[in-house]
Write a protein that binds this ligand. Structure first.
Ligand code: ADP
Ligand code: ZN
Ligand code: ZN
Length: 678
């Protein structure tokens, strides 16, 4: 009997034509081709051959057989699992994505860019190295493991102070999951996916561990994906995109540092990892464990509402005390004649710490040497020619660089505008701290290595491991870095942490305080993690009375949360509203503006009729031009009770305009509670 396949095709057709990406097309299955639901196939489309995904197979078709073309072949032997196909419509609806966008997430990208080849690494026989480490959980930890195993069909929010042994809780849950013959998925923030984390899991569980992250080459990623697909790997550790890895028979999904912004994708396709994890877990009837020392306001709110079950670890392992956090008023330092990078007491303490043989970490969330360079004579400043941003000076290679595009220019010794040599450097970055610190330590006759870790010097393979290794085995030493140094690291010899400019995270975004609280608590948590030490943290600020710092200093998450949630209720921000942003970008700004107007028209009428919006407006984005593309946005804040229907209506309006010829030359992005509003 003839068999037919419904195929979602991977082709971008011109707007105005049939929205081909949304439809599934019928094809004949040749009798000699093993095509099933989930197969990735090559099909004829018009005069071309393109990739497609089979979402259904059946005995009949509504199209006359003589009009149907046969499938030409299989693109890969990998078959998308029924679970993931079942979830596709739900994911499409939640994030307003096209089926094709979701289907592509289900496969490693190499399948679409070339013929995937296994890496050919020698395979060691699969074995498990189960617990050799005899870590006995403390009572709080044990309670968490027991609670999760007793009622697996839940989402748990595990709130545990830094160093309270959350990872150990995850590992014990995973051990039980493996013993039950199931598999586990562990998600960590991209920059938290350190060699240390992987080594720990491998030491504990052996080579049933696979890892998936952006630094892997295409072949390597395909390898790890296959190992999970074929049941060879039973634990997958990965960053955001690993939430789609086709592990079968899932027994637990862990999201570590659940508050981290990297769980929300800010490029297409846009999705929130938590939601996908929860959908998968519901399908498998397994628990999701969201872990953090500083849960996102959103997640803690859901725990308060009873939607998530709250579990807590209130103490550090072995009762190691949390480090003492001291605020340093940098305004006062300046007024007393200290214009340096560090407060007077901070520098003195740093030197003492190093003298007694302990190490220190210095945090500044800005890479490069100095933020802006400006001519004192004529006011010229180095701006990127493609983006509305300043260029950053990198001393390593004497270049000015744009952090949003590839633009570079040599650092000018004279002002390119007036020729003056009075060039002033703006706010400093990690490179400058290192340079200045080396001078200071020399003056103090201290021969201590100063290491740096940021995205500039960790791009090449193995670079990150090298820095971390060197820091771990050299005490005393100093590690200067951006938020890369904040995540997850456990260096017992670090007793001092200096936060150079705590105020750096305050930007015009309703989540600024939340992010500052989380990041600085995380950074502070690197200090004093060994038994018998007391860590110390200096938090340098020009706003010593800011409420966020009081809460950080007192490790008062609840106090912070209460204040924040009350404020959001009053000012009507998420979780009490939903924010939708429609971002339109392109090379000709008049075209963008016309598209924006066209989308806005029905929305304004809708607003008049139903008043579902707390706010609805259109404007230039804060970064009005990036990579030579102009950017405009429609921003909407929607009352929570009517959020679903209003989002659906907004999306419909966008789809209508997207099909019009006027939208040909622009890109439209639809974002629900976007990670960034810039
Ligand atoms: P967190 O993830 O909460 O910051 P970690 O899981 O990194 O904390 O734990 C901190 C350290 O304490 C790790 O070195 C870990 O191996 C150790 N640890 C965790 N639980 C225990 C325990 N029950 N007994 C002894 N050491 C433990
Ligand atoms: Zn000048
Ligand atoms: Zn640029």
């Amino acid at each position: 009997m003839m068999k037919y396949a419904k195929v979602v095709i991977d082709a971008v057709l011109n707007a105005g034509a049939i929205p081909a990406q949304d439809a599934a097309w019928d094809y004949l299955i040749p009798s000699d081709l093993a095509v099933m639901r989930g197969s990735c196939v090559i099909v004829p489309f018009g005069k071309r051959e393109i990739d497609g995904f089979v979402i259904a197979v059946s005995d009949k078709s509504d199209v006359a057989p003589e009009l149907l073309k046969p499938i030409h072949g299989l693109a890969t032997d990998l078959v998308i699992k029924p679970e993931l196909l079942d979830l596709m419509p739900q994911i499409c609806d939640r994030f307003k994505l096209r089926p094709i966008d979701v289907l592509k997430l289900y496969l490693p990208s190499i399948i679409r860019t070339g013929k995937p080849k296994r890496n050919g690494k020698r395979r060691v026989p699969v074995s498990m190295a189960l617990t050799d480490q005899q870590v006995v959980l403390n009572a709080e930890q044990q309670h968490c493991v027991d609670a999760v195993m007793a009622q697996p069909d839940n989402v748990y929010l595990l709130k545990g102070v830094t160093g309270s042994g959350k990872t150990e809780v995850y590992m014990h849950i995973i051990k039980k999951v493996l013993e039950a013959g199931k598999t586990a998925l562990v998600l960590v923030p991209e920059i938290g996916l350190t060699p240390q984390v992987l080594a720990n899991f491998k030491a504990r569980f052996g080579n049933v561990v696979a890892m998936v992250h952006s630094k892997l080459g295409g072949g390597e990623k395909y390898d790890e994906w296959l190992r999970a697909d074929q049941g060879e790997a039973r634990i997958v550790i990965g960053a955001r995109s690993a939430v789609f890895v086709p592990l079968q028979n899932l027994g637990a999904i862990i999201i570590d540092e659940e508050h981290d912004g990297s769980y929300q994708s800010d490029s297409n396709p846009r999705y929130l990892t938590h939601d996908i994890a929860i959908m998968r877990a519901q399908w498998h009837h397994c628990p999701v464990v969201l872990g953090s020392a500083t849960p996102s306001v959103q997640s803690f709110y859901l725990a308060q509402q009873g939607e998530y079950k709250l579990l807590e670890l209130t103490k550090r392992v072995n009762n190691v005390p949390l480090p003492k956090i001291e605020l340093v008023d940098m305004g006062h330092e300046i007024r007393s004649g200290n214009g340096g990078i560090f407060g007077t007491e901070v520098l003195a303490d740093l030197i003492t710490t190093l003298r007694v043989g302990h190490s220190a970490m210095i945090f500044l969330n800005r890479r490069g040497y100095s933020q802006t360079v400006r001519c004192l004579q004529c006011g010229w400043s180095a701006k990127c020619e493609n983006c509305d941003v300043s260029m950053v000076y990198h001393k390593d290679d004497e270049q000015l660089k744009c952090h949003y595009c590839a633009a570079r220019m040599p650092f000018p010794s004279r002002c390119p505008h007036c020729g003056s040599t009075y060039i002033k450097h703006g706010a400093m970055g990690t490179q400058k701290i290192c340079a200045e610190l080396e001078k200071m330590l020399k003056q103090a006759a201290l021969n201590v290595p100063v290491l740096r870790m940021d995205t500039d010097n960790t791009q090449t393979k193995g670079a990150l491991v090298k820095i971390l290794d060197e820091f771990a085995k050299t005490a005393p030493s100093v590690l200067v870095g951006t938020q890369m140094i904040a995540k997850g690291h456990h260096f017992p010899q670090v007793s001092l942490v200096i936060i150079v400019n705590a105020d750096g995270g305050f930007v015009a975004d309703y989540r600024s305080a939340e992010r500052t609280f989380a990041l600085l608590t995380q950074v502070a948590g690197r200090a004093g993690r060994a038994v018998g030490t007391t860590g110390k943290v200096y938090l340098q600020t020009y706003m010593p009375n800011h409420y966020v710092y009081k809460f950080i200093q007192n490790y008062d998450y609840l106090g912070f949360y209460q204040r924040e949630i009350t404020e959001r209720q009053t000012t009507k921000y998420p979780p009490f509203t939903t924010i939708v942003r429609v971002l339109v970008s392109g090379t000709v700004d008049t075209k963008i503006i016309n598209v924006i107007k066209e989308i806005m028209r029905p929305l304004r009428d809708y607003d008049k009729e139903y008043q579902n919006f707390i706010y609805l407006g259109a404007m230039k984005c804060p970064y009005g031009r990036l990579q030579n593309k102009y950017r405009y946005q429609i921003l909407a804040r929607i009352k929570q009770t009517v959020a679903d229907e209003t989002i659906n209506y907004m999306h419909k309006c966008v789809k209508v305009v997207e099909e019009l010829p006027m939208a040909h030359s622009v890109k439209i992005f639809f974002e629900i509670n976007p990670a960034s509003l810039s």
